[in-house]
Design a binder for this molecule. Structure first.
Ligand code: FA5
Length: 343
């Protein structure tokens, strides 16, 4: 026969079961849970009071209370699941939700054309065994000029107008300082390229920027000659343009190479007829290059009697202009989405 205590517990359970069934939202259901099973909940207090009952009544009361709690918990979980699924299917059948509407298009960015060609060039040179190096954009006078055989007061300093910083350093005017940095830490055979941003205090026009990109190249080993230089240049240009490119080599002066050359390519914008980009000449100056000067090898602690090397400094913006027929270098940094979205 059930005791008074057990009858009381059964009455609580039946009432709570009815409340759970009547709850019409998850919030209402949570209220019931707190009221019955929370820290000061009805059933929790009853469970705590079991310890104060006479020893003979404790087992039966504890058992009845725990059974009631488990039944209530199971019913709470079941009701929550059915309320949640009803809420979802209600939203799906909501007449204001039109599944036939097109989704809001996602705006995906694309690689900047300079990055795109830079990564392609890195792949081409990596496949020829070249390492890809990085160098600082804020350089010392030593690496930007002196170790490249351009001492103070040398007229060649005027070839590249320089942004000087108050602390005596400067914004590198070319990527050639990485040549010296590479030779300081690598031993021949050296095969490396160094893409990066360079800065010049220059008036801008269709083919000149004050902030642009170069890719430096360096190969040092025994018996490196101009033939190696030309072979590497041609391979790179053929891969980038996906066809043979008309080039010309003319003598060029740079204090850090001897002999030095200017490699020009036939202008792709006007097909050699003459335009603003090629300054009506039909040719675009793209890639100065030459054999590394013995004095520079010595600055890099390499013995010029044993080793020789070639170096080049590719003007990346101009190469990209030829590749995509872009007729104004200033578009690259304009931030104009109409330009960038074409790539
Ligand atoms: C140099 O910067 C040398 N360091 C290149 C070099 C490296 C020579 C290794 C020999 C051996 P130059 O100042 O000519 O050279 O610049 C190299 C290339 O950068 C140019 O051919 C051109 O394509 C590009 N360039 C130069 N000035 C600008 C500019 N203001 N805007 C955009 N591109 C430029």
């Amino acid at each position: 026969m059930a005791s008074d205590g057990e009858r009381e517990i059964a009455a609580i359970r039946d009432r709570v079961v009815a409340e759970i069934r009547a709850a019409d939202s998850v919030t209402a259901l949570d209220d019931v849970r707190v009221r019955v099973l929370g820290r000061s909940g009805e059933l929790t207090l009853q469970l705590r009071a079991v310890g104060a009952l006479p020893a003979s009544e404790r087992p039966a009361a504890g058992k009845a209370l725990n059974q009631a709690r488990r039944a209530i918990e199971a019913l709470l979980d079941e009701r929550r699941a059915s309320l949640e699924s009803a809420a979802i299917s209600g939203a799906l059948h909501d007449s204001s939700f039109d599944f036939t509407l097109p989704a809001t298009p996602m705006r995906l960015g694309t690689l900047h054309p300079i990055s795109r060609i830079q990564y392609q060039i890195e792949d081409i040179f990596t496949s020829m065994g070249f390492a890809v190096l990085d160098g600082p954009e804020v350089e010392s006078d030593y690496y930007n000029f002196e170790a490249l055989n351009i001492p103070k007061n040398h007229p060649a300093r005027d070839m590249q107008d320089t942004f000087y910083l108050e602390d005596g350093n400067l914004l590198r005017t070319h990527t050639s300082p990485v040549q010296v940095r590479a030779m300081e830490v690598m031993r021949p055979p050296i095969r490396a390229i160094a893409p990066g941003r360079v800065f010049r205090y220059e008036v801008t026009d269709a083919s000149h920027e004050n902030t642009f990109y170069q890719v430096e190249g360096l190969m040092v080993d025994e018996d490196i000659s101009v033939a190696n230089l030309i072979a590497v240049m041609k391979t790179m240009l053929r891969e980038v343009f996906e066809r043979d490119v008309t080039v010309r080599l003319r003598p060029g002066y740079f204090p850090f190479v001897e002999p030095g050359f200017e490699l020009d390519i036939r202008c792709f914008i006007c097909e050699g007829k003459g335009c603003a980009v090629c300054k009506r000449s039909g040719w675009v100056e793209l890639m100065p290059c030459g054999m590394v000067h013995p004095a520079v090898l010595r600055y890099g602690r390499i013995d010029p009697d044993r080793h020789s090397g070639f170096a080049f400094g590719l003007g990346l913006n101009r190469l990209v202009m030829m590749r995509y027929r872009i007729d104004d270098i200033r578009l690259f940094l304009s931030g104009d989405l109409r330009f960038l979205e074409q790539f």
